[in-house]
Design a protein around this ligand. Structure first.
Ligand code: FAD
Ligand code: UDP
Length: 370
């Protein structure tokens, strides 16, 4: 008899498995329908021997000391600050938009003060900021919005930014200084030996068993357990009772080249050209030295593995219905990006899983068969 059946071996499932087993002595079975642990953060050495992220670039960053310290139990870190260039008007310029972006793009020599004035002169004031278009246009005006955000967003999400919640493009700031880091969080680092190694360390406890290549529906009737932790898509759990929640998917095209460095930054974004949104060169992220280099191209699509919940009002409404169902399903805890339909980064998922763990420890557990 297992105390917990945990569906999904990504961050949500692995954090809870680790806590429940190591702190409460619970017996835990983690299953995943993929053939590996780590969820979307899974990395592995490819045929050329280069460490790559199977599901696109994953860069760890957080302002939460708790989250960073918690994960530090399972990995050492490599200092890493992420930098991105955008291909716009035939040039590669820093993204997020900063002082150098504008000076390079327009052949200017503005100071930070002058750039402030420039943004103020082109910004379109909005009474209320609701959409992903409003966020950008109200800060940097329509021209820069068109060059950097509009087409990228249409490609990535399949809808116009004016139909997408403001939180999406608000992830990317605008700066008047020369800071060209993609993130400004206090903690920015990559697991020294990769994400998968970190997950192996989290899950290697005598009370944790891991079953791969298994959908929980195949085993839930055969293997006795007391409670479930579910980190798959919430609509799927309820057999799409209220209809499908939209998720955005991606095709990843991996490529290895016979050269040691291919592009001038870890990631190059292509807002206006190509069918892919961005190209990542993994060796920047991992610091690995190798005579070859591996890249991944991301091609957005509607169908396929669910990667991104789509933040917009009608989806939030639909999710509310599923959340009400989830809240009234005893003995099942819904955790993570898919099960709570939130566009969460890794650190937010870890924080959410830790708070679910805290809640579990506060109340007596529910035993369906008693
Ligand atoms: P997942 O990692 O999706 O894990 C859920 C697991 O459940 C999956 O392995 C799935 O196979 C399994 N599962 C689902 N249903 C079933 C079932 N019925 N039976 C058995 N198993 C099932 N975050 C960052 O912080 N920084 C980044 O740079 C970053 N980049 C990203 C880039 C891309 C392209 C994507 C898609 C995401 C990125 N993220 C990033 C977000 C990050 O991937 C997530 O926050 C995190 O991995 C979510 O963890 P999770 O455990 O909630 O879900
Ligand atoms: N975005 C954009 N142009 C860019 C980078 C980002 O329009 O060059 C928008 C786009 O809508 C994207 C969102 O900002 O989906 C969030 O970007 P982020 O890099 O955080 O996306 P993620 O890494 O989560 O895919």
């Amino acid at each position: 008899m297992f105390d917990y059946l945990i569906v999904g071996a990504g961050f949500s499932g692995s954090v809870l498995a680790e806590r429940l087993a190591s702190q409460l002595g619970k017996k835990v079975l983690v299953c995943d329908r993929r053939n590996h642990i780590g969820g979307n953060a899974y990395d592995h050495y490819n045929d050329a021997g280069i460490l790559v992220h199977k599901y696109g670039p994953h860069i760890f960053h957080t302002n939460s000391r708790d989250v960073f310290e918690y994960l530090s139990n399972f990995t050492e870190w490599r200092r890493y600050e992420h930098r991105v260039l955008a291909s716009v008007d035939g040039q590669l310029v820093p993204m997020p938009i900063n002082l150098d972006t504008i000076n390079k793009l327009y052949g200017l020599n503005l100071t930070s003060f002058e750039l402030n004035d420039f943004f103020a002169s082109v910004a379109e004031p909005k009474e209320s900021i609701r959409t992903s278009e409003d966020v950008v246009v109200s800060k940097v005006g329509r021209e820069l919005y068109e060059k950097f955000f509009r087409n990228y967003t249409i490609k990535q999400w399949g809808i116009d930014p004016s139909e997408l919640d403001k939180s999406v493009t608000a992830r990317v700031p605008t700066r008047t200084n020369r800071d060209d880091r993609y993130f400004t969080d206090t903690y920015q680092a990559m697991p020294l030996h990769g994400f998968t190694r970190m997950f192996e360390n989290m899950l290697s406890h005598p009370n944790i068993k891991v079953m791969l290549n298994v959908d929980y529906r195949e085993i839930q009737k055969m293997i006795p357990f007391k409670e479930m932790i579910y980190s798959g898509p919430v609509d799927e759990f309820f057999d799409y009772r209220y209809g499908k929640l939209p998720y955005r998917s991606l095709d990843f095209k991996h490529e290895t080249l016979n050269e040691s460095v291919h592009q001038p930054a870890a990631v190059v974004n292509y807002p206006n050209e190509h069918l892919y949104t961005r190209v990542t060169e993994f060796k920047y992220l991992t610091g690995q030295e190798h005579t070859k280099t591996s890249l991944v191209y991301e091609y957005p699509k509607a169908e396929g593995d669910p990667y991104y919940p789509v933040p917009r009002p009608e989806n939030a409404e639909l999710y509310k219905q599923y959340k009400a169902l989830a809240d009234s399903t005893p003995g099942v805890h819904f955790v993570g990006r898919l099960a709570t339909y939130k566009y969460y980064n890794m650190d937010q998922v870890v924080a959410q899983a830790l708070s679910v763990y805290a809640k579990i420890t506060e109340r007596p557990s529910w035993h369906p068969e008693e």
